[in-house]
Write a protein that binds this ligand. Structure first.
Ligand SMILES: Nc1ncnc2c1ncn2[C@@H]1O[C@H](COP(=O)(O)OP(=O)(O)OP(=O)(O)O)[C@@H](O)[C@H]1O
Length: 596
């Protein structure tokens, strides 16, 4: 291998390796990246030219003053030096400003995409990675990505342009020193790469510990009340402490590597500059070169290494940002098994025929067999369908599939319009979903009730509240319907939360599909009875799917699906099924009675 190709190869290798640590290639797919790159390249080029002029004018001024010429002859050079210094910093400021505005826009775009992904994937993505991790990715993670965008382009472009432009000029001044600087560069990068490998491993470890800490912290906060009741809060506090200690130690370990790499780079670059200074000193003493090229070379040598040094100073922050960026993209790039369909589902009315044939669903990380298998049923108009079964039989999964939260696949027809699953916008816009514990948002009571219809006038909100039996509660509150509820605000009982969910349903009069997932499961008998009286009028004029363990609801239902192990094992009119003493519904009734 000839020396030139060896040199070229070592440059290529060192840049490639340095780049691999710092750049996630997907960064080039971000919108507007080409424009910002071209703009930064232009500014960096101008900055490098300013540095050259700065060195030139500075050396000229010193040489004139050294030779004790008239001060006036040095003034234009001093002036030139000041101008080029100003230009250099001016270009640097514009670069930072441009990179900053790009990084803010790009990272906010990523935050929106990430949030959109979490919302469209439902709780399954969050369930997989953990709530704490999801929240920290949306906040600290995106902030790290912003910092990464802010730093990485400027650092990489500086490193790719400034040293080489300076080096070309230095070759013209004196090739020996320029060659030395050229040869030392890959050597320094080689050490940097070795340390980078270790830093990458430590940073990955640090990120893993950070994720565990976030999840553990969020879980503990959520379960704090239960932990206190069970007398376990101290144990969990200790666990959080231990996890945070692990995170602290791993951060310190990766910081040690970062410091070592900064130190070693500083050491090598300072040593190289010192070597150059010694060479130049000898050449000057021996009269082999004049003062101007020697001074210019001495001024330019630190500038030659400066991009590399600043690159290493922000190495740790950049690595953190890169890890966060990769993580954000891994969520954003997740593919849904099926995208939400835009096919129009007719509005559900008293004449609608809904037929579900061979519908199955498997959780992405669920084990065989599927959570729902060959589900078949046909319901007409505003039927009231009970979904019953033992715990784990698939009731919630069926309701989540009907709500379009789960994907699944089968032959579904609504008045002969065919669909593959319920992930359909016009179907979902007709649904009201009431789970066991409805989510109460941290906002006013009024906004909580107006969940499906945010623009509903106050009179309608009040009417819905009256129908749901929550009006008395609202009147008793300090700020009435404007009182803040949810989170740490006004606390609500399970029954009151359920009534808010019912008020939402009363208000959403244009939605005619009601999905109840064991709405009274955790309420006492009296509260359930009171709530039932409120719920019964709501069931009218709605297609209702009502998952429950409490079989007294069957009296209000027209049809029942009995589930076991993801299958519908029996279906029909409740009264007819209950008359069959050997039937599955009666078997279930006995099992549920025995359980009590
Ligand atoms: N997010 C999930 N990921 C993987 N498997 C799940 C998930 N949720 C439920 N399953 C599994 O699917 C099956 C049906 O669960 P599902 O919650 O639908 O039952 P259920 O009848 O509603 O039970 P319960 O009455 O206790 O609420 C169970 O085997 C359960 O372990």
């Amino acid at each position: 291998m000839c020396p030139y190709s060896f040199l070229a190869w070592s440059f290529y290798f060192s840049f490639l390796e340095a780049g691999k640590f710092m750049i996630d290639k997907q960064i080039f797919k971000i919108e507007g990246v080409k424009n910002i790159l071209s703009w930064l390249v232009l500014l960096t080029f101008l900055q490098a030219v300013s540095i050259l002029f700065q060195a030139f004018f500075l050396s000229k001024s010193i040489v004139i003053l050294w030779h004790q010429s008239a001060f006036s002859s040095a003034v234009p050079y001093i002036f030139g030096f000041a101008i080029s210094l100003l230009c250099r910093h001016f270009f640097s400021l514009i670069k930072e400003g441009s990179a900053n505005s790009f990084s803010v826009t790009a990272s906010e775009g990523l935050r929106d995409q990430l949030l959109g992904k979490y919302l469209s994937f439902g709780d399954q993505t969050i369930f997989k990675t953990g709530t704490g991790h999801a929240v920290s990715l949306l906040h600290a993670g995106i902030d790290n990505v912003q910092n990464y965008f802010q730093l990485i382009f400027i650092k990489i472009i500086d490193l790719s342009i400034i040293p080489w432009l300076l080096l070309i000029y230095m070759f013209f001044l004196r090739w020996q020193e320029a060659l030395f600087l050229l040869l030392i560069f890959p050597v320094i990068i080689f050490f940097f790469v070795i340390l980078g490998l270790a830093a990458q491993k430590r940073a990955d470890n640090e990120y893993r510990n950070f994720t565990v800490l976030n999840n553990r912290f969020a879980d503990t906060l959520r379960g704090m009340q239960t932990l206190k009741q069970l007398g376990l809060s101290r144990i969990f506090t200790k666990r959080i402490y231990e996890t945070s200690e692990r995170y602290r130690k791993s951060t310190m370990r990766s910081l040690t590597i970062a410091m070592t790499s900064t130190f070693s780079l500083d050491f090598f670059t300072t040593l190289s500059i010192a070597v150059i200074a010694v060479f130049l000193g000898f050449s000057l003493m021996e009269g082999k070169m004049s003062l101007f090229p020697a001074l210019t070379l001495l001024v330019l040598a630190p500038e030659y290494f400066l991009p590399l040094r600043t690159f290493s100073e922000d190495y740790h922050a950049t690595l953190d940002g890169k890890n966060a960026f990769t993580e954000v993209l891994s969520v954003i790039n997740q593919k849904k098994t099926s995208e939400i369909s835009a096919l129009k589902v007719p509005a559900i009315d008293s004449e609608t025929v809904l037929s579900v044939h061979n519908f199955s669903f498997q959780y992405p990380d669920g084990q065989q067999p599927a959570a729902l298998k060959d589900i078949n049923f046909l319901v007409r108009g505003f039927a009231k369908v009970a979904v019953v079964g033992l715990s784990g039989s698939g009731k919630t999964t069926l309701l989540s599939s009907l709500a379009g939260i789960n994907s699944g696949r089968g032959e579904i027809s609504i008045n002969r319009n065919k669909f593959l699953n319920f992930q359909n916008t016009s179907w979902q816009k007709q649904i009201i979903y009431i789970p066991q514990k409805p989510y109460i948002f941290h906002t006013s009571l009024r906004e909580n009730i107006a969940f499906y219809q945010p623009d509903a006038p106050k009179e309608q909100v009040v009417k819905a509240a009256k129908a749901a039996g929550i009006y008395e509660l609202a009147s008793g509150l300090f700020n009435g319907f404007d009182t803040m509820i949810g989170e740490s605000e006004q606390s609500l009982s399970g029954g009151q939360a359920q009534r808010i969910a019912l008020a939402r349903a009363f208000l959403a009069s244009d939605r005619h599909i009601l999905l109840f997932d064991e709405p009274t499961a955790h309420l006492d008998i009296q509260t359930e009875y009171d709530l039932k009286q409120t719920m019964l009028p709501l069931l009218e004029n709605h297609l209702v799917f009502f998952a429950t363990h409490r079989l007294h609801w069957l009296k209000q239902m027209d049809y029942v699906l009995v589930m076991d192990n993801g299958h519908i094992i029996e279906q029909g009119r409740p009264r007819e099924l209950l008359e069959d003493f050997d039937g599955k519904l009666n078997e279930l009734r006995k099992e549920l009675t025995d359980e009590k």
